[in-house]
Design a protein around this ligand. Structure first.
Ligand code: PSU
Ligand code: MN
Length: 308
């Protein structure tokens, strides 16, 4: 059993070395590459994010499944492969999908939930991405498995909150029920991805990597199996106005309903439509916040790995 799990994992040499040495490592997801951003910006951003992690003192480990093999750390060729595959040929892998994709030896891109599971199994404690899934507006039963995963898997997820295509107050309620601490990094309010603030309060504001690391250590000391969210606003220069986002989101969600888009297809469809409706500015904001979150996550991973 244990052997089967071991042979399913493949680490890049630098990730294997860093993990063995207890050096800082930051996990990165792959659904953002296959389903979140268009080519070639998806591959460029994946590389830029990994570079941001590296330049800030940690080793990047992008997680994906290739022909049933779990990869922790991807080469440029592998990023390029994933980034150019038709969306339909790479399964978007949340918790439910992982056993299937391994058994059937297919390609899978991991969501926040899927990436957290693999990161935890690999011994990685910090993970950077853009936005988590949440409760969909007008569909109170379409609740992303990301929220439950955050309640049951001890990985710290650095992100820019969630997009306002979601019902953010309901998303915070579910996180509370799941026992997930929501930290604002240098902010008192939950970022709403393209905008720096949703106006909704976070549970605590923390301003430095070492403050975040102290909370992670305290959670570990208690033996809690829950994760934690560290939310970081999009860099100010790339923020969109709340009005522009609201108008585009209202139109996109309405169109999705009319066209009967549902389930796992909803988030990718809405993201692509928003890029069109904002003339590409949502894409620029997305790219810049991903890089910035990679940087913040690297600092947190480094603080966590530093001797006490
Ligand atoms: N939000 C984004 N970009 C993304 C995603 C969410 O702004 O690419 C992806 C992440 O991988 C996230 C997933 O975990 O979508 C959530 O999908 P769902 O709502 O189907 O759980
Ligand atoms: Mn869903």
């Amino acid at each position: 059993m244990v052997n089967m799990l071991h042979s399913a994992f493949s680490f890049t040499p630098e990730v294997a070395e860093a993990l063995a040495a207890g050096a800082p490592v930051v996990a990165l997801e792959s659904t953002v590459i296959t389903h979140g951003l268009p080519y070639p910006q998806n591959v460029e951003t994946a590389v830029a994010m990994a570079t941001a992690v590296r330049q800030n003192g940690a080793i990047p480990a992008t997680i994906a499944i290739l022909q049933g093999q779990i990869h922790v750390g991807l080469s440029l060729a592998q990023l390029e492969y994933l980034g150019t595959r038709p969306e339909a040929q790479v399964r978007k892998c949340s918790r439910r999908d992982l056993p299937l994709i391994l058994a059937q030896r297919e390609d899978g891109a991991t969501t926040v939930a899927g990436t957290m599971i693999i990161a935890h199994l690999a011994g990685i404690q910090v993970f950077a991405t853009g936005g988590i899934g949440g409760v969909h507006r007008g569909h109170p039963f379409d609740v992303s498995a990301d929220l439950m995963e955050l309640g049951r898997t001890p990985v710290t997820v650095v992100c820019s909150g969630a997009k306002s295509i979601l019902d953010l107050p309901a998303t915070l309620e579910v996180l509370e029920t799941q026992g997930v601490l929501v930290v604002g990094y240098g902010t008192e309010t939950l970022p709403a991805f393209f905008t720096r603030s949703s106006g909704l309060p976070v549970n605590a504001r923390l301003d430095t990597p070492s403050e975040v690391a102290a909370v992670i250590r305290a959670r570990q000391a208690l033996g809690l199996q829950s994760g934690m969210l560290v939310t970081v606003p999009v860099p100010a220069a790339w923020e969109l106005s709340a009005e522009e986002v609201e108008t585009a989101v209202a139109q996109a969600t309405q169109e999705a309903d009319t066209q009967g888009i549902q389930g796992a297809a909803t988030t990718p469809w809405l993201l692509a439509r928003l890029v069109e409706l904002t003339n590409g500015r949502s894409l620029q904001a997305n790219v810049s916040l991903l890089r910035h979150n990679g940087q913040v996550a690297a600092h947190i991973a480094a603080a966590l790995a530093a001797p006490q």
